[in-house]
Design a protein around this ligand. Structure first.
Ligand SMILES: [Mn+2]
Length: 268
């Protein structure tokens, strides 16, 4: 029995299957933790989601920005974009089931066996574990309620960039969503800077990666995806960057949590 954390699949079903073969994934014995962005940009979003739902007893996941974007489109709150590739799901008979299943997945997930928090993008430096899980639940509650339509219409945007526990309504939900599913860089004071995607050695001096801001309130492991330009490197002993750019021709990576051994396959 082993537990594997896997980075952004983004509909790269062939690479996903190849990785599962490499790690000898046995759904009767092993567990997968998927770091979000399960679909979109890659070629086989529908097959990817069918496999995940079929094996849901052995899989846990968090939502990424692409998964939320699919939910917004599937709920008729956003038009599909030119570079979106989840039309296969929208056109299928599985669309309602996939939409419903994804709506029930969290933005933050804690595994106590490995003292590991999984989020798609990152953990703000001033949030504790309990706060991150609580804020994730605030969003989940909305995704499963009739107020989700308002959320999907207005979740886009980069403001507010500063957290304050007194934030209310959509401003509060948008900050939580941006921090957990889109964050890469922050300013020195912790404010979100959501537009810069460069690798660390090309960052402007006024920005810091979210994981470079010292978090004195959570010192467990953090498993995250979203930032392909890191190419799996983040120079922090308990932080694991899992997005190795499979959809861009890089690799799909699995981290075995039992011994922190990494496995990767090249994009298929
Ligand atoms: Mn992402």
């Amino acid at each position: 029995m082993a537990t594997f954390a896997i980075g952004d699949i983004q509909g790269c079903y062939q690479s996903f299957k190849k990785l599962l073969k490499k790690i000898k994934f046995n759904p009767n014995r092993d567990q997968l933790l998927l770091a979000g962005d399960l679909i979109n940009r890659g070629p086989q979003s529908l097959e990817t989601m069918r496999f995940i739902i079929q094996h849901q007893d052995s899989i846990q996941c968090v939502l990424g920005n692409h998964d939320l974007h699919y939910l917004a489109v599937a709920n008729h709150c956003q038009p599909i974009g030119r570079s979106d590739t989840f039309q296969d799901i929208l056109n299928s008979n599985d669309n309602d089931a996939i939409c419903c299943w994804l709506s029930r997945q969290p933005l933050a997930l804690y595994n106590s066996d490995f003292d590991a928090l999984m989020v798609h993008a990152g953990l703000p430096a001033f949030w504790s574990l309990d706060e991150a899980i609580g804020y994730s639940k605030e969003v989940s509650k909305v995704l499963q309620s009739p107020t989700r339509y308002q959320y999907y219409v207005s979740m886009y945007g980069n403001q507010p960039d500063r957290w304050c526990d007194s934030l209310l309504g959509m401003d509060r939900l948008r900050y939580i969503t941006n921090a957990l599913t889109r964050m890469r860089y922050c300013r020195q004071d912790g404010r979100l800077q959501l537009t810069n995607k460069s690798p660390l050695n090309q960052k402007p001096s006024q920005l810091v990666a979210w994981f470079q801001l010292n978090n004195s309130r959570y010192n467990g492991h953090i498993l995250f995806g979203h930032w392909a330009a890191l190419n799996g490197q983040c120079d922090r002993p308990k932080h694991f960057a899992l997005d190795t750019g499979c959809v861009w021709g890089g690799e799909l990576t699995a981290l075995r949590l039992d011994d922190l051994k990494k496995f990767a396959v090249s994009a298929q």
